[in-house]
Design a protein around this ligand. Structure first.
Ligand SMILES: Nc1ncnc2c1ncn2[C@@H]1O[C@H](COP(=O)(O)OP(=O)(O)OP(=O)(O)O)[C@@H](O)[C@H]1O
Ligand SMILES: [Mg+2]
Length: 336
């Protein structure tokens, strides 16, 4: 189930209403689209309001994308000026983790806001993936506390932890598709493994997820027949298909050309605008990622160096943050 709109959210209306309010479409056009959407003949992925508006010729695909980005940017501005009052969905308190004798996490304190996109950025090897694995209980901290909805993850039994994990989807760094399974079976995998959903209901969900990432008709392909961008989109479809409460994406755009990177960011934005799913994205796509998230957390030397609305962190005067954002060679971050 898609999560309910956050009470902190500026415009929890339906997307079509928001298109109207933003001046992207007129009231008669919205009425037409809503009528088409509620028609019994109209089902599946093509029933998304944006797609209907395109199908009816009221918006071109670029206009639809521009409109979604405009609404998203408006949300990010709102987020900067109105910090969320609801408690975070995930939190880490003073988390420490030593790996191979090295202090990788050295007292991490962070909060992940609900129904927002949060980006975690920082230098390579700085502990971003390790942090993500702690957030979903795949790694246990040496010290400190990790909580979901205020409940301490470490105190949960294995069975309860399993149940909590079902609320998340994780797109691993590298995508990690199963080479021996075709695209369809890769996307169906989490539904078959973690839910009792029968096969005849799995099929429409898989096809819908593939269509949402613009991979309709590619279900019979195998991973070695896909480009890097297509593989990422399959991995994204697999993360979306269970309709999780939180999606964690570890470098969804790494190794992609700038156009494909941009298309993945649009896809994530489009998904967020339709579902309001809480997302956490680890990314090296700096500065681009600042356009695609509400909240930014910067990790540095095993600690959180900055955490706040993307638009505020962007303005930071901290020399570490400035050097990182602008990729400068000179500054407090030592470059080998
Ligand atoms: N399972 C492990 N065992 C031992 N050391 C590990 C393990 N996982 C990660 N590390 C070490 O922890 C440090 C942080 O790793 P992590 O993968 O979190 O970095 P990262 O910030 O995600 O980097 P990148 O941006 O390159 O993906 C690295 O020095 C890495 O070698
Ligand atoms: Mg990593």
């Amino acid at each position: 189930m898609a999560p309910p709109p956050s009470p902190d959210h500026p415009s929890p209306q339906l997307l079509g209403q928001r298109f109207l309010k933003a001046g992207c479409i007129t009231q008669p056009q919205l009425d037409d689209a809503l009528a088409a959407q509620s028609s019994p003949l109209s089902t599946g992925p093509d029933n998304l309001i944006g797609r209907i508006l395109v199908r009816l010729g009221y918006l071109s695909p670029p206009q639809l994308r521009a409109c979604l980005v405009e609404l998203f940017t408006e949300e990010c501005r709102y987020y900067r000026d109105h910090p969320p009052s609801s408690p975070p969905i995930l939190a880490m308190r003073n988390v420490e983790k030593r790996l191979d004798g090295r202090m990788v996490l050295n007292g991490i304190d962070l909060e992940i806001p609900r129904h927002c996109i949060t980006a975690i950025i920082g230098v390579s090897g700085g502990g971003k993936s390790v942090t993500l694995k702690h957030l979903i209980g795949l790694m246990r901290p040496d010290r400190g506390q990790i909580s979901i909805d205020g409940e301490n993850l470490q105190s949960l039994s294995a069975k309860k932890l399993q149940a909590v994990r079902r609320r998340f989807s994780l797109l691993f760094q590298g995508g990690a598709l199963f080479d021996s399974l075709n695209v369809y079976d890769n996307v169906a995998f989490p539904l078959r493994e973690t839910t009792p959903i029968p096969e005849h209901e799995i099929r429409p969900r898989v096809l819908q997820a593939l269509s949402e990432v613009n991979l309709a008709g590619m279900d019979a392909k195998f991973p070695d027949e896909l480009s890097g961008g297509m593989s990422k989109r399959v991995a994204l479809a697999r993360a979306l298909v269970t309709q999780p409460e939180v999606i964690l994406l570890d470098e969804p755009t790494a190794g992609l050309d700038p156009i494909i990177e941009n298309s993945i960011h649009h896809l994530i934005c489009d998904t967020f605008m339709r579902t309001k799913t809480t997302m956490v994205i680890i990314s090296h796509a700096v500065p681009a990622i600042f356009h695609w998230c509400h909240h930014v957390i910067v990790l540095h030397q095993g600690k959180v160096r900055a955490s706040g609305p993307a638009l505020a962190v962007w303005e930071s005067s901290d020399p570490v943050i400035r050097q990182f954002i602008h990729g400068e060679l000179d500054g407090p971050i030592r470059v080998l």
